[in-house]
Design a protein around this ligand. Structure first.
Ligand SMILES: *Cc1c(COP(=O)(O)O)cnc(C)c1O
Length: 281
């Protein structure tokens, strides 16, 4: 089980499908520009096109439109697609991460980020299998902002909690573990999925997004207090900021308004997907 050598070239999508994808991608890009806050926005938000269950030909059509960031949920599917598709694609793993999949994920040379890390054990497993001659792998800690049992992720941090409480929080422990014990990982930010009901109620501010924003603020301050200041180059993007990955097809505009840096859009670009059960059947 290692990344396969590039196989036959990927078939092209039909002219009709290419037009369809071009159009939906252009529309999502436009909506992102319209939704990003004009004040305080440091950089362009990143659009990760979530291509799970979609053929490599769809990905190639988007790539031809300049789309470089793609997200996948299933390890085997990602390995196969990565082997067939251009090497300058930046793959984001956004599926449930299990430590026993660390090795195969690390074998993908252009894996750009793992967005679903939620344990120190997982960090250790990944760090161990990543080779020293590649750039550190970007990792995002997944935060369960909605508290739903069905979602993985660690508890969010809250503003104004006592320092002792914050210091012992699982999220802080994992972050420090990455910074001190995992030189092949770079803690780039935080990721959340959030609850569907929050995403559907467009009348009010999305509480899950608000919680992730607060978590970043508290974590950045806590890391600085622990001896890893913003300019230590240990975490965050080039400007020393933890990035927020939040927002999907149904709620990416609200997420951008709340301060998201990375949105993950699947259906909005590629159309609806078969359900997981249907694919496995
Ligand atoms: C599938 C998936 C997405 C994309 O969802 P859409 O609603 O199709 O945009 C985003 N993030 C994660 C973690 C996913 O699993």
């Amino acid at each position: 089980m290692s990344a396969a050598v590039p196989t036959a070239p990927v078939a092209r999508a039909s002219a009709e499908r290419i037009d369809e994808l071009k159009e939906s991608l252009a529309e999502i890009r436009q909506r992102i520009q319209a939704a990003r806050p004009s004040q305080g926005a440091t950089s362009q938000p990143t659009l990760v096109a979530v291509s799970k269950y979609k053929p490599a030909s769809d990905i190639l059509a988007c790539y031809d439109e300049g789309q470089l960031d793609f997200g996948e949920n299933y390890v085997q599917e990602l390995v196969e697609k990565a082997a067939q598709l251009p090497q300058d694609i930046r793959w984001h793993f956004i599926g449930t991460f299990q430590s026993n999949k660390a090795k195969i994920l690390a074998s993908i040379p252009n894996l750009y980020a793992l967005q679903t890390l939620h344990s120190a054990k997982g960090a250790t497993a990944l760090n161990k299998v990543l080779s020293a001659d590649r750039p550190a792998l970007n990792v995002f800690l997944q935060v369960n902002t909605s508290g739903e049992e069905s979602k993985s992720g660690v508890h969010p941090l809250v503003r104004d909690a006592p320092e002792s409480e914050v210091d012992s929080a699982e999220l802080v422990q994992i972050a420090k573990h990455i910074l001190t014990e995992c030189p092949h990982l770079r803690l780039q930010g935080l990721m959340t999925i959030g609850s569907l009901s929050e995403s559907l109620s467009k009348e009010k501010e999305n509480e899950d997004f608000r919680r992730l924003v607060a978590t970043r603020e508290v974590l950045e301050a806590t890391l600085a207090r622990a001896g890893f200041p913003k300019d230590s180059g240990k975490w965050g993007d080039e400007s020393g900021r933890l990035l927020l990955s939040m927002g999907m097809s149904s709620d990416f505009e609200a997420a951008l308004a709340a301060g998201s840096d990375i949105v993950r859009v699947g259906t909005g670009i590629f159309g609806s997907r078969p359900k997981k059960e249907e694919v496995k059947a």
